[in-house]
Ligand binder design. Structure first.
Ligand code: ZN
Length: 66
């Protein structure tokens, strides 16, 4: 697998809208309501969670949808 080539990309399809990996079928799914005392904090937490999950996912373990 090529971990350096993959990127986090915003995708807008007919049945899905959100953050996805450019190299496999991984998508970021929010677990639970946003956490934070302010909108800014929620946004920061969301981005941190997204980046953490993206970094830790393994491309070869994700089935390719298309
Ligand atoms: Zn991937």
């Amino acid at each position: 697998m090529d971990a350096k080539r993959r990127k986090l990309a915003w995708v807008a399809r007919q049945n899905f809208q959100g953050w996805a990996c450019t190299e496999c079928a991984w998508v970021f799914s929010v677990s639970g309501p946003p956490v934070g005392k302010s909108l800014e904090e929620m946004k920061r937490n969301y981005e941190q969670q997204r980046d953490k999950e993206f970094t830790s996912h393994i491309c070869t373990q994700q089935p390719r949808a298309e």
